[in-house]
Write a protein that binds this ligand. Structure first.
Ligand code: APR
Ligand code: PHB
Length: 387
């Protein structure tokens, strides 16, 4: 087999890149380790920056998002029961789209089907070869062993994928911060706690009230890394969630059984560079953000934007885009890393934090409540810095 761009990974990064390249007349093959149902069974975040909304429209995969997504003009921050609002529109003139990543992925699969794109599922032992020469990919599946010759490889295979590991260790430079807690999240067929997202800092720990629709809520509480999902009944979750939310929110909250419940650890991670020869890394393959700033999917989108621009320019004879890809993508990655880190540090309770540390957290929140400049910086980062 031969194609122009081999894409490893059929998550949001890989599918969005495949869809954009195919619409630009560039042939791709997506190799995905799991089945489509498995990929679509993952519950992920649901806040889309304008840049991603625009890319989905450009990819011809934005219609259902326009119908079923919800544009939000702001969010709320709470501190031990006191709540205030960050007005994105007033602060920076932008909004965010609340629409589940699972739905984005579903729409991208449908768009790929509509154009007859090649997405091969259940691939095993994917290996990347001759990355600094004439690249090719090998794998096995039910049909036996396969080889795909290509011009370029896009590593869109997430944190646990093979692509980042295919860059020599003496070339890679990795940066990591592990947070001493996780997020216990549940999905429930209940009305959202509020019309906008609520990020709540509390002495008992952080909590987040999010949503997927008017009847589907996504709710989180910070838990110790030692906790397991089976330690938390639905009732115990809701009791703790309500204890961390402002009383006005807790009093009106409608709770219900979880339809999904899981604990996710929090880490900040970046692997540099994002290019090695003919291999380009996109999304979680290169970087992981704590979910606090809702940047995971949105950073994958800006990587895809830069790579899509670079590859289309290459096939027009201009290599400046692919030459600049790693530097260009990393500049925005580190901005989002800083924002996600700062919001995580401000909103969570850290074991062993000093009284001084706690005062710094309180003061950070107080500045957001009292300073228009602080709110503008928060709004610009949350709604998405320009590509
Ligand atoms: N071969 C083929 N596919 C692989 C391999 C492999 N060796 N390893 C991983 N994959 C697949 C995974 O099964 C997954 O479907 O690559 C895909 C990577 O998708 P994601 O992990 O969702 O990463 P990405 O597409 O970059 O999307 C980033 O997803 O994890 C969230 O918070 C993250 O919202 C962000 C978004
Ligand atoms: C979610 O809806 O899952 C979500 C929203 C915002 C975040 C994190 C998660 O910051």
């Amino acid at each position: 087999m031969r194609t122009q761009v081999a894409i490893i990974g059929g998550g949001p990064s890989g599918l969005l890149l495949s869809q954009l390249l195919n619409r630009a007349g560039i042939a791709t093959v997506v190799l995905e380790r799991k089945s489509r149902d498995y990929v679509l069974g993952r519950i992920r975040a649901g806040v889309l920056e304008t840049g991603l909304v625009d890319l989905l429209h450009e990819a011809g995969a934005g219609d259902r998002m326009d119908r079923e997504g919800h544009l939000h003009d702001g969010c709320k921050l709470a501190q031990n029961g006191r709540m205030f609002r960050i007005d994105f529109r007033q602060a920076c003139g932008r909004q965010v789209m609340v629409y589940g990543q699972t739905e984005v992925t579903r729409d991208l699969y449908a768009a790929q089907d509509a154009i007859g794109a090649t997405v091969i599922h259940d691939t095993e032992d994917v290996a990347l070869h001759d990355l600094t020469g004439t690249p090719f990919v090998t794998w096995t599946d039910a049909g036996g062993s396969h080889r795909l010759d290509c011009d370029f490889i896009a590593g869109c295979d997430g944190f646990h994928g093979i692509s980042r590991q295919s860059i020599p260790t003496d070339v890679r430079r990795e940066f990591e911060k592990i947070y001493p807690f996780g997020w216990l999240g549940i999905l429930s067929h209940t009305p959202p706690a509020d019309s906008e997202l609520i990020y709540a800092a509390h002495d008992r720990g952080f909590a987040l009230a999010s949503m997927r629709s008017a009847t589907l809520s996504r709710s989180y509480i910070q838990v110790p890394l030692t906790d397991r999902v089976e330690d938390w009944s639905d009732d115990a979750f809701w009791t703790e969630f309500k204890a961390r939310m402002p009383a006005e929110v807790a009093d009106r909250l409608i709770t219900g059984p979880s339809i999904e419940k899981s604990i996710a650890p929090l880490r900040s991670f970046v692997s540099e560079p994002m290019r090695w020869g003919r291999l380009f890394l996109c999304g979680d393959a290169s970087h992981i953000v704590p979910p606090t700033g809702a940047k995971g999917l949105n950073l994958a989108a800006s990587d895809v934007h830069y790579l899509y621009e670079g590859l289309t320019a290459h096939y027009r004879g201009d290599d400046r885009g692919i030459e600049a890809y790693s530097q260009r993508a990393l500049a925005r990655v580190w901005q989002a890393m800083r924002f996600s880190w700062s919001l995580t540090m401000m909103m969570h309770r850290f074991p062993g934090a000093s009284d001084y540390d706690r005062r710094m957290q309180d003061t950070d929140l107080a500045q957001l409540e009292t300073s228009e400049t602080a709110r503008r910086l928060m709004a610009e980062n949350y709604t998405g810095l320009p590509y």
